[in-house]
Each structure stands twice: as structure tokens, then as C-alpha cells.
Design a protein around this ligand. Structure first.
Ligand SMILES: C[S@@+](CC[C@H](N)C(=O)[O-])C[C@H]1O[C@@H](n2cnc3c(N)ncnc32)[C@H](O)[C@@H]1O
Length: 275
């Protein structure tokens, strides 16, 4: 296999992305600045101009992604003045108009979040991972993310009903069907679209680092060794670090020199080891 490349580029994604080859990336995994968050370091883009700010970047993402690739966008709207902001919903609609298919929404449940209380809401303990594609024919390696069957084998599978023994099609016409009896004797099963991961707490040098397991899960699901991963809002370099560990080629783009240098040093410390 060719040598794995980990490229990081200092600059504005809006411009840098124009220099990348069309149809060259297998997975885009990224967490952009959220609207109105972290004004003092980066971002602070107002919710009402967020879509306008994002579209020139996503236009380039659409160009560089392979037709078989996936784009995973980690984002979450804040509550402001007693209401949830709608800019993420508006962004989804605008991306569809731009030519993207909105194929799935995964939820990152932030396990172990400490409790908190606001006058009219509870602690926010989840974020969106929106999946967009160029075609319905995207690559997905579902067997790579199977999980242990767990206690289910000892409880539910011990008492199969008649329905469990035949294929039970969903009543809503979604095409989803299940035959519970198929799982008897199996050790591994497919996960759901909810990921239960604790937030990252160890990185003190960047305020919005996601846990390594987050990109790792999607890299396993959507790429093979030697494929290309892109993060256009690299921050401390988590996506590139994980890509390198997992023997994927990667490109990361970061606008702030301070974080670019941090990402460089995090990548330099990374060994190639499969997760
Ligand atoms: C939410 S943080 C990403 C954190 C990253 N996932 C990690 O684990 O460290 C978003 C990053 O995007 C960078 N950024 C903001 N606007 C950008 C732009 N136009 N081009 C490239 N990077 C940008 C910010 O400086 C910030 O480091």
C-alpha cells in the first residue's frame, strides 16, 4: 500500500477547498463553528446569516466529494431568548436545494453530561450528525460497526413469539422489516443511529474538541484503508489524528494559526495503529 498522507492546510476553507481535486474525497467529517458560539476565539457567525456563510463552502464540498462518498456534519442549534434557533433546519433545506441528498441523521448522545438546570429546559446532552450524499449509491461498510449482542440474547431471544419467527414489516411502509429469530445464536448485531459517547475532557488547548471515537466510528462505517478523509474545520486536528491512526489519507483545513500549529503537533505525536 502507498504511504498514508496527512495534509494540513492553514487557510479559509472557502478558498482552500477550491484547490482540491473534484470527486477525490471519500468522507467529509466536520464540526464547523456553531452560530453565535465562541465569539472570542473563532466563529460567532450570526444565526440569520449562517446559511449564507456556509453555502459557498458546501458548494466546494459537493465538488470534491466522490459520488460514492458521504458528508457528515456535526452541528447543534442553541436556544436563544427562550426558543430553539432554526438555522440548522434552514441549512438542511438549503443544502438540499444546493444538490445534496439529506440521507440520515445520527444523534451523538453525550454520555456522562453533568446535570444542570435552566428555568425552562433541561441540560442539552445531544448533538446532530447530519449525513448528506451526492447519490443514493454511497459506500457504507455496516459490518465494521457491529456491536456485541449483550443481554438481549439472554432475555428477548429466549421467548420468541410467532411474529418474531417471521419477517415483520413496518406498518408505516418504510420498507424496514425485522425477523427477530434471525438473531438467535449471533454474537454481533448492527447498532442504531444513536451513538453514546462521553464528551472529550482532556484537551485543554481548544474549546470545542470532539472525542476521537466520534470520527473513528464514521471513518469505519464509510471508508476503507487508504481512502481520503477531509475535515474543512480541523480545530485541534482530531479527524486527521484518527484518520492517520486508522491508515486513511486525510486533508484538514484550519483558519487560525494557533489551532493549525496545535493540529500539527497532535498529528506528529500520532502513531499508525488501527483502532
Ligand atoms: C468546532 S471547531 C472544530 C474542533 C475539532 N472538531 C476538534 O476536535 O478539535 C471549528 C474550527 O473551525 C475553524 N474555522 C472557522 N472558520 C473556518 C474557515 N472558514 N476555514 C477553516 N477553518 C475554520 C475554527 O478556527 C475552529 O478551530
Amino acid at each position: 500500500m502507498d504511504k498514508i498522507q496527512t495534509k494540513i492546510i492553514l487557510g479559509d476553507s472557502k478558498e482552500v477547498l477550491k484547490t482540491l481535486h473534484a470527486n477525490s474525497i471519500d468522507l467529509i467529517f466536520t464540526s464547523p463553528p456553531y452560530a453565535d458560539s465562541r465569539k472570542n476565539t473563532y466563529g460567532g457567525i450570526k444565526p440569520d446569516i449562517y446559511v449564507e456563510w456556509f453555502l459557498p463552502i458546501s458548494e466546494q464540498l459537493l465538488r470534491v466529494l466522490k459520488p460514492t462518498g458521504s458528508f457528515i456534519l456535526n452541528i447543534k442549534e442553541k436556544a436563544d431568548n427562550g426558543e430553539r434557533s432554526t438555522y440548522v433546519l434552514e441549512l438542511i433545506l438549503a443544502l438540499r436545494k444546493q444538490g445534496w441528498l439529506w440521507t440520515e441523521e445520527f444523534i451523538w448522545h453525550k454520555k456522562n453530561s453533568y446535570p444542570g438546570k435552566w428555568p425552562n429546559r433541561f441540560r442539552d446532552a445531544w448533538e446532530r450528525l447530519l449525513q448528506f450524499n451526492k447519490t443514493r449509491d454511497f459506500k457504507m461498510y455496516q459490518d465494521e460497526v457491529k456491536i456485541p449482542m449483550g443481554d438481549w440474547a439472554k432475555t428477548r431471544l429466549k421467548n420468541l413469539s410467532d411474529t418474531d419467527k417471521r419477517r415483520d414489516n413496518a406498518k408505516n411502509g418504510s420498507g424496514f422489516g425485522k425477523k427477530i429469530a434471525n438473531w438467535v445464536g449471533k454474537d454481533l448485531v448492527y447498532p442504531t443511529n444513536v451513538l453514546h459517547l462521553a464528551p472529550e475532557t482532556s484537551n485543554k488547548n481548544h474549546s470545542a474538541v470532539f472525542p476521537k471515537e466520534l470520527p473513528a466510528w464514521f471513518i469505519k462505517l464509510f471508508t476503507k484503508t487508504g481512502d481520503w478523509v477531509l475535515d474543512p474545520f480541523l480545530g485541534s486536528g482530531t479527524t486527521s489524528v484518527v484518520s492517520k491512526k486508522m491508515l486513511r489519507n486525510s486533508i484538514g483545513i484550519e483558519i487560525l494559526d494557533e489551532y493549525y500549529k496545535l493540529a500539527m503537533s497532535n498529528i506528529a505525536e500520532t502513531e499508525f495503529t488501527l483502532f
